[in-house]
Design a protein around this ligand. Structure first.
Ligand SMILES: *Cc1c(COP(=O)(O)O)cnc(C)c1O
Length: 434
């Protein structure tokens, strides 16, 4: 369920603001988010885990816009950061360090040192080598490091191989047969406090079975660790719950939360979830405009002003984002390819889709673009980052300014060594780079 619906005039709207009005005011392409959807997703997930003590640590990497992070902080969420950059983004959004977990498979020593000094909730280690490095840092800083261990439960998430993380051949987590040895080593170190055991088996999971398998394995493991005197406080199940992009039918957040808490409740630990996609994925769309209809010899191409540099998921994961026209037209369906302007054949949003008739200038919405979309944007092909808007009821607020062409060379130096300024070369005059 989301808050992108047609209004009385038949125009697609975000909550109570028509996307046509947003395009008029802010141009295209533009990411548009519905705050009510974010709020709803947090609420339904909480309902699922209400029977156990829990923390919802939003995975910043899904969408790190400050206003989105502030929205989530306002809803009582904590945060999962996979770099010191994300950690600081959370602090910038008003989170306290003790609300932020530092995760990631390749944390640098300086990242762990900063998180430790600031007072992170815990550092989630992924190998014995990393634990040893962290112990050194903690000793040097004369502090006791709060640690959780991400284990690799070796379960098949049955998702796209690029976003499966819980199999033995994946780089993530501590191998199942090394876990006890690692905790034994850590237990003997006074600079380490082993307060958690966690896992994260992949993203965009659409069935409960892999989560249930992982929870059962983690549950047994946590029980063994408690028996051995490991002072566990948190048991973490990561994120990964999928969303409906097209025809997927994932478990609801409530079902998911309930199933996990049923399995893990007997441990008496705090359940940590790190949802990303399920919170923001369907809370956003990418608003774009048709720049050209091109009749090729075999196919008709609808070329948008948005491309894979704005939304890379179709190119990277063969993902499909539903496309809807902002204004409905006569149902003159035709089979077309919807593509972006980038010089790559992978820059294709939809292939051989039957869509209602399209014309130059038509506005379209690429649905489910709230997660792993704007955060993966690049300047490829000389394209500035697009604007982002957060809608709350009748109010549309700019939460990221559209970049200008001058942002393409920001921070660069001329061959002679002087810094490039933001003025345009004379010939371009008053360039219209909206
Ligand atoms: C990416 C990630 C998440 C979030 O995954 P989603 O599928 O977006 O819910 C949570 N925890 C960790 C450790 C991650 O790397």
């Amino acid at each position: 369920m989301d808050h992108f619906q047609r209004n009385a005039q038949g125009v697609l709207a975000a909550e109570e603001v028509s996307l046509k009005d947003i395009a008029k005011e802010y141009g295209t392409p533009t990411f548009v988010y519905a705050k009510a959807t974010i709020e709803r997703h947090v609420r339904v997930l909480r309902e699922g885990v209400k029977d156990v003590p829990h923390s919802l640590c939003y995975a910043i990497k899904a969408n790190s816009n400050l206003a989105i992070l502030e929205t989530l902080a306002g809803l009582g969420c904590d945060f999962d950061a996979v770099s010191i950059g994300e950690f600081v983004q959370a602090l910038k959004a008003g989170a306290k360090p003790e609300q932020v977990i530092l995760s990631g498979v390749g944390k640098r020593d300086d990242e762990m040192r900063s998180a430790l000094k600031w007072g992170a909730r815990y550092i989630c280690v992924e190998s014995i080598e990393e634990l040893k490095a962290l112990e050194q840092i903690a000793c040097h800083e004369k502090v006791c490091a709060p640690v959780a261990v991400r284990v690799n439960p070796d379960v098949d998430a049955k998702t796209h191989p690029y976003i499966a993380t819980g199999l033995k051949q994946n780089k993530f987590g501590v191998a199942w047969n090394q876990v006890h040895e690692l905790y034994r080593w850590g237990q003997e170190r006074s600079a380490l406090s082993l307060i958690g055991v966690t896992c994260h088996i992949g993203s965009q999971l659409t069935t409960m079975d892999p989560f249930i398998d992982a929870a059962k394995r983690i549950g047994v493991l946590a029980g063994e660790l408690l028996e051995r005197g490991v002072p566990l406080r948190d048991v973490g199940m990561g994120g990964g719950l999928g969303i409906p992009y097209t025809y997927e039918n994932p478990p609801t957040p409530k079902e998911y939360g309930q199933a996990l808490s049923d399995i893990l409740k007997p441990l008496g630990l705090n359940l940590v979830l790190e949802p990303g996609r399920v919170i923001v994925g369907n809370a956003g769309i990418l608003l774009a405009k048709v720049v050209r209809i091109k009749e090729g010899s075999e196919r008709v191409f609808v070329i948008l002003d948005a491309g894979m540099n704005d939304l890379i998921r179709p190119a990277l994961y063969q993902a499909t984002h539903r496309l809807e026209k902002v204004e409905v037209s006569a149902a003159n369906h035709a089979v077309v390819d919807v593509v972006g302007p980038i010089c790559e054949s992978a820059d294709t949003f939809l292939e051989q889709e039957s869509l209602g008739s399209m014309e130059c200038g038509d506005l379209v919405a690429l649905r489910s673009s709230g997660a792993y979309a704007s955060v993966m944007a690049s300047h490829y092909n000389g394209r500035p980052h697009v604007a982002e808007i957060l809608v709350d009821g009748k109010r549309a607020q700019l939460i990221k300014k559209r970049e200008s062409i001058a942002d393409l060379w920001r921070g660069e130096f001329h061959l002679q060594g002087d810094a490039a300024d933001s003025t345009y070369p004379l010939e371009t005059g008053s360039i219209d780079d909206e």
